[in-house]
Design a protein around this ligand. Structure first.
Ligand code: NAD
Length: 350
């Protein structure tokens, strides 16, 4: 067999290697590390190429491409969202992604991103809550106890210092699973049988449900003053979690308005409904929480720059480890213009 040259090889991080990386670094330090990379990239927001993600909708779900570039490095993620999948033994969300060198266009990293998306979504939520949640928040209601939920809980612990999480899901098996997984991880975990019960004493309310419709996970009367809502699950046209009345009472913070107005909770509002961009809060250009009575809402949909940051984090942290393999991904003929000759010569090797 012909051996590929170095130029043909691209580091590839499999799911197995990603899980090993999580254990090698530790889940909470990794969540913090990714949050730091995301925060750093939000500070240089204006540098990036930005576009709403390219979505291909179908009856049962969506497949999306999420590209961005800072001028030196280009990244994209492939991700799906299929709420019915779990009933068939498949996940709602799976993903993989790539970084490339803008100068040559050559890929420099290919990686699984299903685990990495859960880490980056949680890291983003907690990084944002650091700016918006009431000071000294200790308790989070975690509504929707599926794949993302433990990551969300641990990121809020590691980055915002919460010590209690109150779990609720319409499927109590999901709540049991999340409680089991979080046992012994330094959080006081309470299983609740209604959404209202999960919100008792909570300063942070995370909604992370999956349903391919405009659901009403939170109604207006459930929300008192002085809370931070971290709304994760409303992230597609026709797929929301909050009653519009809550949006009228909240100060709404978003990633990239052009995408959030299509996909987020604010798709239920007028096109010019006021929102604040998180990068401006982080850069000190706009205020975050200004008083303890305020209801802050992070209308999260997930933006390409967060994936770019997570990919950068992985590229930097696999250096010097064996947590990747070199994939023979790029054709590398001896004469760059003799691609055909390279293919022809391979016949004698077949
Ligand atoms: N904003 C982002 O950046 C981002 C990133 C990843 C995923 N998501 C979204 O987050 C959501 C959760 O993703 P996941 O991978 O954890 O999905 P999942 O299917 O693993 O879990 C969803 C959970 O929600 C529960 N649920 C559904 N309806 C409910 C209701 N009315 N009340 C309480 N619980 C309910 C389900 O029983 C399930 O346990 C999805 O909608 C996904 O698209 C958003």
């Amino acid at each position: 067999m012909l051996q590929p040259s170095d130029k043909a090889l691209v580091p590839f991080v499999s799911v197995d290697d990603m899980m090993k990386l999580v254990h090698h670094i530790g889940i909470e330090p990794m969540l913090k590390g990714i949050a730091d990379y995301i925060e750093a990239d939000f500070r240089r927001w204006e540098l990036f190429d930005k576009t709403p993600r390219i979505a291909s909708h179908s009856q049962e779900g969506v497949i999306e491409l999420m590209p961005t570039s800072d001028g030196e490095v280009y990244g994209f993620k492939y991700v799906n969202g299929h709420p019915k999948n779990t009933k068939e033994g498949l996940q709602t969300v799976t993903a993989f992604g790539l970084l490339a060198d803008v100068n040559t266009g050559y890929p420099v990293l290919l990686t699984e991103m299903t685990v990495l998306t859960a880490l980056r979504t949680a890291a983003t939520s907690a990084m944002v809550a650091k700016y918006l949640a009431p000071k000294g928040s200790t308790t989070m209601a975690m509504i929707g106890n599926g794949a993302q939920s433990e990551f969300q809980s641990l990121a809020m612990k590691a980055i915002c210092g919460i010590d209690s999480v109150r779990l609720y899901d319409i499927d109590s098996a999901a709540t049991d699973k999340a409680a089991r997984n979080l046992a012994g991880m330094g959080l006081n975990v309470v299983k609740c049988s209604t959404a209202e019960e999960s919100m008792e004493g909570a300063q942070i309310i995370t909604t992370c449900t999956a349903d391919k419709q405009c659901a009403t996970i939170l109604t207006d009367n459930m929300i008192g003053s002085g809370v931070h809502i971290n709304a994760i699950g409303g992230d597609c046209p026709g797929k929301t979690e909050l009653a519009p009345a809550i949006l009228h009472r909240s100060d709404i913070f978003v990633e990239y308005p052009e995408q959030t107005r299509i996909e987020g909770e604010i798709q239920q509002m007028e096109d010019d409904h006021p929102v604040t961009e998180m990068w401006e809060v982080i850069s000190g250009k706009q205020a975050g929480r200004t008083n303890p009575e305020q209801i802050t809402l992070f209308d999260s949909v997930g933006f390409a720059i967060e994936d770019f940051s997570a990919l950068r984090y992985v590229r930097d942290n696999i250096k010097g480890t064996e947590l990747f393999i070199d994939l023979d991904l790029l054709a590398d003929p001896d004469d760059p213009r003799d691609l055909f000759g390279m293919v022809q010569r391979a016949s004698s090797e077949a």
